[in-house]
Design a protein around this ligand. Structure first.
Ligand SMILES: NC(=O)c1ccc[n+]([C@@H]2O[C@H](COP(=O)([O-])OP(=O)(O)OC[C@H]3O[C@@H](n4cnc5c(N)ncnc54)[C@H](O)[C@@H]3O)[C@@H](O)[C@H]2O)c1
Ligand SMILES: [Zn+2]
Ligand SMILES: [Zn+2]
Length: 379
């Protein structure tokens, strides 16, 4: 099969590799029809994780089941399915509580597994023609009959729509709240979209990229352009000097100041500044335990200088971590099926797998107009 293979920093290649196949009776094999490039892939692509060369990327996957293991009950050959990026067992202590991002079975010694992901188990990704799906009865979301027509919407259930929603849950967004979101990438835009779906009264999205901010405006959020470094002041002005009720971090450890220099603690401390006393903060942007290639000394050890005094005195609370996609994907799927949500609005490029190299280059450069790339292995 053809797949996107990581060779080293900023070096991926599309090449023939051995076909993915069923290894356990609980697996299914999926022929991938849509697979996305994610901001999480970029941390690995840039060589800023311990991703091993030779591995296949891709954790946002949708396709058709073509083979089922002998112990698979529910999922049938021919089903159109979308897989959460998390690979989870369904029966461990964390999965039982809905915390499938922290499964204790699928990545022994750690909590949480994913396809094609640094530090999250040995699983190959789906930026390929075929994908092996473990514990398939639990992990496959079988899609409604309009799966083909709305494929570009449903594929967002694999990660960024539930992840954006998770950010709002961690922050505690409720109807009537004001929300500030750092990052207008796909995840930040989905956090804004989720806040709007939940009935937030005012949603402010901070970024430096005009094309991404324009999408935030299109869904009814307020664009806060931080390209002159005034983002915090603008948010305070928009919230009568008090700060937003809730805040979401949708950037992660590679966040930058307005001049483009990495400042790993910037968004976290900006959240402390711009969320009101007793407000909630949800952090889905990725922070990692070690970042050996960081310029910042603390960041190399996965640490940041966090304004804990301000955070404490303001009585804020914070929630973090990988999204438990399964906790939300079924309900968000219904919103799409009923025409109440259309997360495909963020897609800028739909390309065949063969054009993945240029897709990675452009998306990594956050080049104007490259907000979200979906790849179509069958084309
Ligand atoms: N927790 C999870 O389950 C989960 C799932 C998916 C993605 N993620 C993470 O979410 C983050 C965002 O993903 P994405 O796909 O949207 O990535 P992305 O890189 O496309 O978007 C990040 C955006 O943040 C902006 N940004 C950088 N510094 C900023 C700052 N100081 N203030 C405001 N905006 C700033 C960038 O301009 C960019 O538009 C990544 O860290 C990704 O790994 C987490
Ligand atoms: Zn992703
Ligand atoms: Zn589990």
């Amino acid at each position: 099969m053809k797949a996107i293979v990581y060779k080293g920093p900023r070096d991926v290649v599309v090449k023939k590799v051995p076909d993915a196949k069923i290894k356990k009776a609980t697996d299914v094999l999926v022929k991938i029809t849509t697979t996305n490039i994610c901001g999480s892939d970029l941390h690995m692509y840039e060589g800023r994780t311990n991703m091993e060369p030779g591995r296949i990327f891709g954790h946002e996957n949708l396709g058709t089941v073509i083979e089922i293991g002998s112990a698979v009950d529910r999922v049938k050959r021919g089903d159109r399915v979308c897989m959460p990026f998390n690979i989870s067992c369904g029966f461990c202590e964390n999965c039982e509580r809905g915390l499938t991002g922290f499964c204790l079975t699928t990545n022994p010694g750690n909590a949480g597994a994913a396809y094609g992901f640094a530090g999250m188990g040995p699983y190959s990704g789906g930026q390929a023609e075929l994908l092996r799906v473990p514990y398939a009865d639990f992990n496959c979301l079988v899609l409604p009959p309009d799966a083909d027509e709305k494929e570009n919407d449903y594929v967002m259930l694999s990660d960024i729509f539930p992840t954006g929603y998770h950010a709002t849950e961690l922050a505690g967004v409720q109807a009537g709240d004001s929300v500030v979101i750092y990052g207008a990438g796909p995840v930040g835009l989905m956090a804004a979209y989720s806040s709007i779906i939940k009935g937030a009264s005012k949603v402010m999205v901070v970024d430096m990229h005009k094309d991404r901010l324009a999408l935030a405006e299109k869904i009814g959020a307020i664009a806060v352009n931080d390209s002159d470094g005034s983002g915090v002041e603008q948010v305070m002005a928009l919230t009568a000097g008090i700060g937003a009720d809730r805040g979401c971090e949708c950037v992660g450890y590679q966040c930058c100041d307005h001049k483009g220099h990495e400042v790993p603690n910037l968004t976290m401390n900006n959240l402390v500044k711009t969320v009101r006393p007793t407000g909630g903060i949800g952090v889905v942007g990725v922070f990692i335990p070690e970042d050996p290639h960081a310029k910042d000394k603390l960041a190399r050890q996965g640490q940041i200088a966090f304004d804990f005094g301000q955070f404490w005195i303001k009585g804020q609370h914070i929630g973090t971590g990988q999204a438990n996609v399964k906790a939300y994907n079924r309900k968000l799927c219904r919103l799409i099926a009923e025409g109440k949500a259309k997360p495909s609005f963020i897609i800028s490029h739909e390309l065949p797998l063969d054009r993945a190299v240029e897709a990675y280059e452009n998306f990594d450069a956050r080049k104007d107009g490259w907000t979200k790339v979906v790849l179509k292995p069958g084309h």
